[in-house]
Design a protein around this ligand. Structure first.
Ligand code: G4P
Length: 528
């Protein structure tokens, strides 16, 4: 009973957006509602400031911030809300993809003037692949932007979503008068004062009531009536089951900076967003109500202080209750581990907790036992489906620049790869190490961290690789596969899980190879 109550109380989600759309600002306002922070400005943006991307101190500073804001938890109207932070910078997209394996829903923030941007498209695609329920928040209505209908169209086209507005703006920019809340049937008038009392909404159950004209003027009232009629005609009624099945996405409008439209979003969110969901493991689907604890590691964060090499592994609780000091099975290593100081996260602090429930995230101190994707259980040999690796965009050989420190280099590379900073491939021909990353920034991070945390030095050497493709032969023993391995031996490598990878040097050679070996499948992610 207690477990069920705790599950019903929890909503664990991520906010995703293209940088600058307003993710940090929205997060901050949500925390203000929860009383988790006292003033604006308390949540620091962890985006890489423009022009400072090659500054190592900047990278370190951001790593510090990103551990502080990795999980933000607060209570609102008796609901425990866990926000998982997702870096907006594209070089850290892998981090965001992995975090999306630990959320039960997401809120997508879109800038009303810029519309759907590149990062939003990529991230929403991952959400769609995983059937994650999505709420859209269109931000910055206090500025001139695109027409609401055009924007809804753009969202449907570019993001392949099926939307239905649950709030609707009255004017925008200079003429922004407020928001009609379709969900609650009331109006919130925009004053531009972020401290405006949130109780000031005015109930308008019948938009044909002449009182509406008094409130916002006849012109605006008539436009609103017309537009709402159009909304009703064009978009489907909201249906919670369809939303939870990721088949329908409700849309809200507002201005995060002015704390406007955010209360509407949050109140609807706690009503409709899913409680912690069952999760697929390699053997069965595990439901949160099960008595036995299970969880998985979706993020590892190294200690900022090089004198303390311990790391923090972030575990999402999938089922049962995680208890302090109880031995749990680390399935991959087949050994029992107990944790004396599991951390729970709050808006401005982390604290040791006795019990954590499904949907919660605990931070476990780790001296090198964990890899991303590891599963913890009470004894059951169960593995949560792996967190996929995507083909990196950049590839370089990594060389040891200090022969006296080769052990340190090995260890450093190993641990950084466990953390998921980048991917390591070994060329089958000569065992040389190749580091693949999503963004060029990671090479600097790796070099810097190898030196400062492990005392090792590395250099890089260019290699011409276009994409890494995970190879799946129809039959490992057939002639075609043998021929492929012989002819392409120079381009074959092994990833950290021992899977065979083809490093195509150009789109053309990839295409030719696919044509020549039709029985072999080439995948751009490691999970297939
Ligand atoms: P991000 O985390 O998605 O990258 O975006 P962030 O919240 O940092 O917001 C990006 C910029 O947009 C910030 O301005 C922020 O103040 C502004 N912003 C956010 N919401 C709104 C809104 O509703 N209306 C308007 N007009 N602006 C908004 P900045 O100048 O880049 O940073 P700052 O100096 O204000 O922190």
């Amino acid at each position: 009973m207690k477990l069920q109550n705790e599950i019903n109380k929890r909503r664990t989600f991520g906010i995703i957006s293209h940088p600058d759309a307003g993710k940090t600002t929205l997060t901050e306002k949500l925390l203000l509602f929860g009383g988790a922070i006292q003033e604006a400005g308390a949540v620091k943006s962890n985006k890489a400031k423009k022009g400072a991307t090659s500054d190592f101190m900047e990278i370190e500073r951001q790593r510090g911030i990103s551990v502080a804001t990795s999980v933000l938890a607060f209570e609102y109207k008796d609901i425990k809300i866990n926000i998982l932070d997702t870096p907006g910078h594209k070089d850290f997209a892998e981090d965001t993809f992995r975090t999306l394996t630990a959320v039960d829903s997401v809120i997508v923030v879109i800038d009303v003037a810029k519309g759907v941007e590149e990062q939003t498209e990529k991230l929403v695609e991952v959400c769609r692949m995983r059937n994650i329920p999505i709420i859209v928040f269109i931000n910055k209505l206090d500025r001139e932007g695109k027409d609401a209908f055009d924007l809804l169209d753009e969202i449907e086209q570019k993001l392949h979503l099926k939307v239905t507005p649950l709030s609707y703006p009255i004017g925008m920019g200079y003429d922004f008068k407020g928001i009609y809340n379709i969900w609650e049937q009331n109006i919130n008038l925009f004053t531009g004062d972020p401290r405006k009392d949130i109780e000031e909404t005015i109930e308008v159950t019948d938009i044909n009531n002449p009182e509406l004209d008094d409130l916002i003027g006849s012109d605006a009232a008539n436009t609103l009536r017309d537009e709402l009629e159009l909304v009703q005609g064009v978009y489907p009624d909201f249906d919670q089951e369809a939303y939870k099945a990721a088949k329908l996405q409700p849309v809200f409008f507002g201005s995060a900076l002015n704390n406007f439209g955010v209360r509407e979003l949050l109140d609807c969110f706690i009503d409709i967003a899913p409680t912690p969901l069952p999760k697929e493991s390699e053997t069965r689907i595990v439901s949160p109500e099960e008595d036995n604890f299970t969880g998985f590691v979706f993020k590892i964060h190294a200690n900022m202080d090089p004198k303390h090499r311990d790391r923090l592994a972030f575990v999402k609780i999938v089922s049962g209750i995680f208890k302090r000091n109880v031995p749990y099975l680390h399935v991959r290593q087949n050994k029992k581990l107990r944790f004396s100081s599991p951390n729970a996260f709050f808006a401005e602090k982390k604290e040791i907790v006795e019990n954590s429930f499904p949907g919660d995230i605990v931070g476990l101190h780790d001296t090198g036992n964990f890899k991303i994707g590891d599963t913890l259980t009470e004894g059951e040999l169960l593995n949560y489906k792996g967190i996929p690796s995507f083909s990196p965009e950049h590839f370089r050989y990594i060389n040891n620049a200090d022969p006296m420190k080769s052990k340190q280099l090995e260890k450093g590379i190993d641990q950084l790869m466990d953390e998921g900073v980048a991917q390591l491939f070994r060329l089958n021909l000569n065992n040389r190490k190749i580091i693949g990353t999503v963004g060029a920034l990671q090479y600097e991070v790796i070099q810097y961290r190898l030196e400062h945390e492990y005392g090792a030095k590395c250099t890089y050497e260019n290699i011409n690789v276009h994409k890494a493709c995970w190879v799946e032969p129809e039959d490992e023993k057939n002639e075609e596969f043998a021929d492929f391995k012989r002819v392409k031996s120079k381009f074959l490598a092994t990833d950290k899980r021992g899977q065979l990878v083809f490093l195509a040097d150009s789109p053309f050679s990839l295409q030719m190879t696919q044509q020549k070996y039709p029985s072999i499948k080439f995948h751009f992610t490691s999970e297939f």
